[in-house]
Design a protein around this ligand. Structure first.
Ligand SMILES: Cc1cc2nc3c(=O)[nH]c(=O)nc-3n(C[C@H](O)[C@H](O)[C@H](O)COP(=O)(O)OP(=O)(O)OC[C@H]3O[C@@H](n4cnc5c(N)ncnc54)[C@H](O)[C@@H]3O)c2cc1C
Ligand code: SF4
Length: 586
């Protein structure tokens, strides 16, 4: 039996960054708001005290903050002529479960996409002509510009206290920052973190090579900071147990450390954890959402009626819940028609490992988003014509972690076990570092998501099936930038180096990133997008689909800054326009 609950103004599915930002704006405006989160509640003092937080086995190896595959997983294949198999142990992605979502165990690399990222297709066509664009690439403009999003990026950065150095302040290039970034209204709220030795070596070699290194914008705070809501965060201790971990020092911006103290005091907001949303209920034609059906921890089913439904359950569940609920036309890869599941894309990464003879790099000093970046081969500010690819990458020396269970660097040729391996690890641990390239991933016709015809979850609902491989364009881009990365690596003067170029086929086994984007993309045409530029469903005007599922393709940068900016813009549009005149905002 399903219990019908009292109606609310807005129900939010998922309580990560997207859900928390929506909840704050909507509840501040006086709406009654309920957020439903499938995972448990966790917070700094009770769950991540410094005495317990750095448990590598629990968090980094056994993925305590990640959804259990037995509870929810995906199936995966590289091509549509293959049979997809279920992911039974997370490798490449680590999707969250629990209040705060991935905002608890993220690194905190907080980027703004660059202006040309939002108009990629137009920029490429204007600059290089139609023949330059491979015919099976399905890249699109976003329907929103950097200039429109700039105030929302700013709001998120000041909410979190992001540590960084501006490179373009109101159009004036600033020394020490990223000269290629879009203009920002003001500098970061806190100064950059102190750079560790390996990042300093990278920056020196890059600058001597004519590049423009700058500090990684970071949600690991360089100093204590009080945000505009009066919530105070602490300073990062460079503990290195950051990515995959909650922060015990209140130093990593998360929904808990920036917004929860505020939300908790609002009587018109409530967060119900361990509540799994099974479907979005609608009028039958998918034109008006009525609320959601969910199951609580005891297995009881509820119907939560709501005036507005906000789907903020991360890329995979956003797409799956739309498909399971029958809202929007599913994408058909054969005809190229339909929209839900279309334009899934990812991130194209590669790396170079360097070992030094004498330099002690102390890699255990780290943080999630600590290091130096080079953006010279990113975006569209250099001539791609002779290079024959679209897109680019940032090059980085990040001291993210060097934790003892998972990090055993050795020079090439070392045996993989035994006394010689042990000696090599003992010598190399302090003397080794890795630098990386994080590259764009362009959507293409063969990369998409749909419902798996075979595999089901514990409630009998089809799993989401992801079909993805790297497009040759992205591999060409990645190989080019990896060669540039290797040049910087050589200039750092290592004793040895190994270059790990990205190769197809894409493998679901090693961790690469949890930057899964697209599938419910935004745009200006309902024929090629699921949501309009306010992330409002084209089909169902009281449903908003929020998160990286809206990205038409992926830029090189980590997504969360842009996810947050889009979420804040959606929330403002609901309050400022939708509530006054319900209907399509575009
Ligand atoms: C290890 C790691 C490191 C990362 N580092 C960075 C970084 O440095 N920089 C960056 O920009 N990004 C990073 N990311 C990505 C970042 O975490 C995401 O972009 C961000 O968390 C997205 O926020 P979201 O609210 O849209 O989704 P999520 O944070 O995933 O939140 C969605 C929530 O919805 C819940 N949910 C899902 N389905 C249901 C359902 N049916 N019913 C109820 N609840 C549901 C989930 O449990 C989850 O809590 C990282 C991710 C990981 C995993
Ligand atoms: S590295 Fe800094 S921000 Fe990250 S968990 Fe440690 S103290 Fe917190």
């Amino acid at each position: 039996m399903t219990t019908r609950l009292k109606p609310v103004d807005a129900v939010i599915i998922g309580f990560g960054w997207s859900g928390a930002l929506l909840a704050e704006v909507l509840s501040r405006a006086g709406l009654s708001v309920i957020a439903l989160e499938r995972g448990p509640y966790r917070d700094t003092a009770e769950d991540f005290p410094p005495s317990r937080a750095p448990d590598e086995l629990r968090y980094a190896v056994r993925h305590d903050l990640v959804v259990k595959p037995a509870e929810n997983t995906i199936t995966f294949r590289n091509r549509s002529d293959q049979t997809a198999l279920p992911v039974r142990a997370w490798g490449s992605f680590l999707p969250a479960s629990g209040a705060g979502g991935g905002g608890v165990h993220w690194n905190g690399q907080t980027w703004r996409f660059r202006p040309s990222d939002f108009t990629l297709k137009t920029t490429i066509l204007e600059r290089y002509g139609r023949r330059f664009l491979p015919p099976d690439l399905t890249i699109q403009d976003w329907g929103v510009t950097y200039e429109t999003l700039e105030p929302y990026y700013d709001r998120f950065e000041y909410l979190c206290g992001i540590s960084g150095k501006s490179g373009n302040l109101q159009g004036k290039i600033q020394p020490g920052g990223n000269p290629f970034e879009g203009p920002r209204a003001r500098d970061y709220p806190t100064p950059p973190l102190t750079m560790p030795y390996a990042a300093a070596l990278f920056a020196k070699a890059a600058a001597e090579g004519g590049y423009h290194p700058f500090p990684q914008p970071s949600a690991n705070l360089s100093q204590a900071y009080t945000n505009p809501f009066g919530v105070t965060l602490g300073a990062c201790s460079y503990c290195g147990f950051c990515e995959r971990f909650g922060c015990g020092n209140y130093a990593k911006a998360s929904p808990q450390t920036t917004l929860m103290p505020l939300l908790r005091r609002r009587p018109n907001f409530s967060l119900r954890t361990e509540c799994l949303v099974l479907a979005i209920n609608h009028d039958g034609g998918g034109k008006k959402a009525r609320g959601v059906t969910y199951k609580d921890a005891s297995g009881e089913d509820f119907f939560q009626p709501a005036g507005i439904v906000l789907l903020a359950a991360y890329t995979f569940e956003n797409i799956r819940l739309l498909l399971l609920s029958g809202i929007g036309a599913p994408y058909d890869p054969a005809s190229g028609r339909g929209v839900v599941g279309r334009n899934y894309s990812y991130q194209t990464t590669s790396s170079v490992q360097l070992g030094f003879a004498e330099r002690l790099l102390n890699p255990f000093i780290g943080a999630g988003a600590l290091g130096m970046i080079v953006d010279d081969w990113n975006g569209e500010h250099y001539d791609h014509g002779p290079l024959g690819f679209i897109g680019g990458a940032y090059l980085a020396a990040l001291a993210t972690n060097s934790r003892p269970i998972l990090n055993h660097p050795t020079p090439p040729g070392t045996p993989r076990w035994g006394a010689e391996w042990k000696r090599a690890v003992a010598k190399s641990y302090l003397r080794t570092t890795r630098i990386l390239a994080s590259g764009s991933s362009l959507s293409h016709r063969g990369a998409y998501c749909d419902l798996d015809p075979t595999y089901r979850d514990r409630f009998g609902r089809p799993l989401l099936r992801v079909t993805f491989d790297f497009h040759p364009n992205d591999l060409r881009m990645s190989h080019f930038v990896t060669d540039r990365l290797a040049e910087i690596a050589r200039a750092m003067g290592p004793e040895w180096l190994t270059i790990a170029k990205r190769q197809a086929p894409y493998s679901i086994v090693p961790y690469q990133s949890t930057h899964n984007v697209g599938g419910a993309i935004m745009g200006t045409d309902p024929e090629t997008s699921v949501v309009n530029p306010y992330l409002q469903s084209w089909d169902c005007d009281n449903l908003f689909v929020v998160g990286a599922s809206a990205f038409p393709q992926n830029a090189s940068y980590n997504p969360t800054g842009t996810v947050a900016a889009l979420a804040l813009r959606t929330a403002d549009a609901i309050i400022g326009r939708y509530l006054r005149a319900p209907g399509s905002l575009a």
